[in-house]
Design a protein around this ligand. Sequence first.
Ligand code: NAD
Ligand code: TYD
Length: 354
Amino acid sequence: MKNIVITGGAGFIGSHVVRLFVNKYPDYRIINLDKLTYAGNLANLKDIEDKPNYKFVKMDICDFEAFYQLMQEEHIDGIIHLAAESHVDRSIKDPFTFARTNVMGTLSLLQAAKLYWESLPEGYEGKRFYHISTDEVYGSLELNDELFTEQTPYSPHSPYSASKASSDHFVRAFHDTYGMPTIVTNCSNNYGPYQFPEKLIPLFINNIRHRKPLPVYGKGENVRDWLYVEDHARAIDLIFHKGKVAETYNIGGFNEWKNIDLIKVMIKTVDRILGNAEGHSLDLITYVTDRPGHDARYAIDSTKLQRELGWEPSLQFEEGIEKTVRWYLDNEAWLDNVTSGDYQRYYDEMYTGR
Ligand code: NAD
Ligand code: TYD
């Protein structure tokens, strides 16, 4: 596989995957396909944009004709699909956009890939369609429940997770019906550099920096399982090359945190780095109305990936959060840029009345 499309490569996780592939595989041609929504930012890829094995194409994944043409022109043999609407709160406000991009967009890519690959003499030989999904499709756990495994039945609750579940089913259906070589992975919450500051960790770092309130949903007792984004990118590389067709792999670092405990670690880290007294920013914590349908707990069992492909997370959480906080504080221009204009209006509207 040499000609690879990475969709959503201008987003948070996608930019780490693009960077890894462009630097690690000089012989591959890496095409970053992205519509550049509010969440897509080419500044995330400044360091690799001039590399000869990298190309950016601005395209909507729902544009079937354009994608089919790109497959033909670029002789695409691998697709790593990350483009999506990814924020649960936005999906609650605007579920249509999530169905359009996450469901119809994924189906459009699948259908174009099918038509192109089936037209080749070698057919699906050496081809791969890899869909990056989330653990949120499995639903919500109670504190004493077992972790999500690859056998856990799907039970999505938010419009976001419902759209991702639907797209996962379409991907598997293309394997089962047409024999397309597909893989799906379901990963836990990612954190690290270049994440759009609407998600918990970068939002709170940014708000602490501006001494703005930290809106904690409900009692702050919901639990998430956090993985450093570069560890996810390494898993994607490994699975794309070594994973078994038609399989599902869970990706996670066995790293569960109650939101309020994580928030206190963030506050402590930011205050220390900024030279504030310990506890200085604790007064910013503001309990607000809970997110509707807020899943209580996500926790992923990634034993299969560790056992079969030897993947392990490389960073301890304390180290990862330190790196992350430092990155945002060292890249204030990036934060200021992405939090201006439309985003600011969205944010103000989002929290009015909470
Ligand atoms: P993100 O919101 O940061 O980036 C999404 C990217 O997709 C952006 O660059 C955006 O411009 C692009 N995009 C959106 N709609 C598009 C369209 N119609 N056509 C082309 N491009 C479009 O998202 P992320 O956090 O990097 O997540 C990437 C993928 O990983 C998503 O599929 C998400 O469901 C999945 N995932 C995310 C997490 C997480 O914690 N962030 C965890 C597990 C799985
Ligand atoms: P988020 O980063 O949106 O990821 P997800 O909902 O996909 O897990 O949220 C992580 C957790 O933090 C989740 O339990 C919701 C909570 N949260 C807040 O309490 N306040 C906030 O402002 C945000 C964005 C999230």
